[in-house]
Ligand binder design. Sequence first.
Ligand SMILES: *[C@@H]1O[C@H](CO)[C@@H](O)[C@H](O)[C@H]1NC(C)=O
Ligand SMILES: *[C@@H]1O[C@H](CO)[C@@H](O)[C@H](O)[C@H]1NC(C)=O
Ligand SMILES: *[C@@H]1O[C@H](CO)[C@@H](O)[C@H](O)[C@H]1NC(C)=O
Ligand SMILES: *[C@@H]1O[C@H](CO)[C@@H](O)[C@H](O)[C@H]1NC(C)=O
Ligand SMILES: *[C@@H]1O[C@H](CO)[C@@H](O)[C@H](O)[C@H]1NC(C)=O
Ligand SMILES: *[C@@H]1O[C@H](CO)[C@@H](O)[C@H](O)[C@H]1NC(C)=O
Length: 762
Amino acid sequence: MECSRVFTFLCFSLSFLVLGTYELQSSQTQVLSQLRRQLEYPKQLDLWLNTSTDFCYLSTPQVNITCQNNLVIGIIIFGDKRKRVSNFNGFRVLDGTLSPNFSMDSLAATLSRLNGLKSLSLVSLGIWGSIPDKIHRLQSLEYLDLSWNFLYGSIPQTLSRIGQLQILKLDGNFLNGTFPDWFDSFSNFTSLSLRNNLLSGSLPSSIQRITTLTALVLSNNAISGMLPDLSTLLSLQWLDLSKNKFDSELPIMPKGLKTILLNNNSFSGRIPQQYGQLNQLQQIDLSFNVLEGTPPAGLFSLPNIISLNLASNMLSGSLPVRLNCGAKLGSVDISNNKLRGLLPSCLSSVIKTRGIKYGGNCLSIDLSHQHPETYCVEPHDEKKKSEGKNLGVLIGIISGVIVIMGLLAYGFLVLCRQYCPRRTSEQHLLHNSVQDNSVTGFTSELLTNARFISDAAKLRSQGTPAHRLFSLNELKAATNNFDKSTLMGEGSTGKMYKGRLENGTQVAIRCLTVSKRFTIRNLKLRLDLLAKLQHPHLVCLLGHCIQNEGKDESGVNNVYLLYEYVPNGNYQARLLETNPEKVLKWSDRLAILIGVAKAVHFLHTGIIPGFFNNRLKANNILLNEHWMGKLSDYGLSIVVQEIDEHKAEGGLKAWHIKSFEDDVYSFGLILLRSLIGPSFSARNEAFLVNEMVSLGTPDGQRRIVDPSIHTSCSQESLSIIISIANKCISQEFSTRPSFEDVLWNLQYAAQVQSTADGEQRS
Ligand SMILES: *[C@@H]1O[C@H](CO)[C@@H](O)[C@H](O)[C@H]1NC(C)=O
Ligand SMILES: *[C@@H]1O[C@H](CO)[C@@H](O)[C@H](O)[C@H]1NC(C)=O
Ligand SMILES: *[C@@H]1O[C@H](CO)[C@@H](O)[C@H](O)[C@H]1NC(C)=O
Ligand SMILES: *[C@@H]1O[C@H](CO)[C@@H](O)[C@H](O)[C@H]1NC(C)=O
Ligand SMILES: *[C@@H]1O[C@H](CO)[C@@H](O)[C@H](O)[C@H]1NC(C)=O
Ligand SMILES: *[C@@H]1O[C@H](CO)[C@@H](O)[C@H](O)[C@H]1NC(C)=O
């Protein structure tokens, strides 16, 4: 205390000595006082209290005013409002933002009176609002730093009129909109840092013309699309585009780069050989992308390279055993790829000065941390490429075949009309009753032409019992005349009974009321299609029984569907389990989810037409005696669609809600339910979607994620699931991943988990 007083006194007297030469114009002093008031008297500026006439050269690490010729030319104020929120909507954040009285407009107006101001840093001061158009009145600015505040909206184009601007830092704000395409209008712009904002859209090609640029830092935004060729930026030394959504191939890089951070994007393709010639390069991070091929050997031997991270990609092939490593190379991470062969000797762990990570590959070394050879064998890249080429041909062939089949069918129909006029064709029947069934996308043609495109499905279906017709009497016998005691539950589609057939097989019987508009024959076609959906992770449909009292073609009352009985209850119930011995471990949950995702993937793509709306819910996932997940209630939309249409008579709105909640979305919710503890499980969907935000932070995770998961999961595996769940429940339909993506991520998470489990055991 005493000490600091003496210090203040010394400073005070010192500044008094210098004061004579640097006395500020009084208007400038007024502006500074006003600035202090507008920033609502941050305590860092308390030291101005005692120096009412001169602020220059009275600096602390937080506050530094620079003056020249009686004018303020530089202001640096670092506040302590460091509180971050994940989402800012323009309303007050307690202990974060300045009060509602604060106005960004008046701040700009105040500062514009400092007509010599070249350098301005107002950091962590709780400044909120959108950057005003007036900002260009700070005409002489060369350096502007408004990082870690609460600025939102887009970056105004008027900023481009500050011709001398060289450095712009707006990190850690809430700026959104697309990345501006006018940065090339400055004549001497050297450094741009906009990390931790909400910028979206793609990076405009105008960026190639900012040839004076030395640093470009845009990490942690949502910038997507193609990364333009930056090789014209000959002064560029620092490039950080990590944690965005770039999904192009990697472009050539300018020669002078010292740091390249492109991790956590979706960059694909191969790493250009040219990267092996970036002689200035010290650090490169390409981890967490989907890069393929063998990494260029030159990258390891660059003269200045210190840190090289290629982890978690799909890199394949093998590195040359006699690889040269640069003399300065201190850290290498090639883990979680599909690399094979021997580990080059300069990367072996014998060399203690190098930190090297290579787990999760198929290298023939230290087998405990490597995958079996089969994991890496898949020639992913070759297959993809030829797939791309062949796709066109394939589509051509398929459409050709369809056209020919269509012509044949038409010819057959014409013949049939002539020679068997009495028999109504099935096509005709379907037409009669299902004219307006476009809701589920099952036109009559599709129904009759439905067929599998997956051979695997065909093979699997051979092992399962044949679908057969049951009589009502058989069902009555099985359920003791539908006795109440056999009732298992009642869902939106009807009652569910448990029964035992004559041969002892236990079955679950679902009773559906279907529209009278279906003729029996039409209904049978639909049920046959349903019976064709055979997959190890779908509850097997054993048969059906159609009850029609009128005995005529129309007038179906009830349809009973007989399913295999799955004994171990449903997934939702297991998630609610609190008995520590029965709680599902993280790896068990992943296994169940993977099974169900496979089944849904099959429903989407294994059959034409695909079944896209399958009422995915955690309690529709049943568990068999081996704790294998099996999906029930799938595909029912083709038999009960009429009922649904009836319910959706609310009009457009009802239909919108339905289309919004597709399978991917519903599965995203199931993923969320798999994470949260029983105490949150009863909460509704809106709650879950809201909590997604807090799942992004370690604190939020600790609060929401089931404690038993925390003890049985690896953080990385958890993050993968959180991230994919987040994508699934995106409000934007088009940004949701495909089920193939979902499945891939689940399997990836399971891999990571099993590696972690293995490490723990060993
Ligand atoms: C200002 O001066 C008064 C006495 O003159 C002293 O008590 C106070 O601590 C000073 N404040 C600061 C922030 O230096
Ligand atoms: C204050 O700023 C000037 C110019 O930017 C700089 O030269 C000086 O070192 C700074 N003083 C402190 C204490 O940071
Ligand atoms: C905001 O302004 C009003 C009126 O000028 C004033 O009464 C109030 O104290 C101010 N609030 C803060 C937090 O400064
Ligand atoms: C940007 O943020 C503002 C305020 O938060 C919001 O009104 C606007 O819709 C957002 N714009 C975009 C393109 O997201
Ligand atoms: C551009 O900025 C650099 C470094 O700040 C400076 O040395 C140079 O004189 C400036 N050039 C022009 C034309 O303003
Ligand atoms: C990149 O993503 C992975 C997995 O999503 C995550 O574990 C890692 O922390 C991320 N890296 C950075 C620098 O955020």
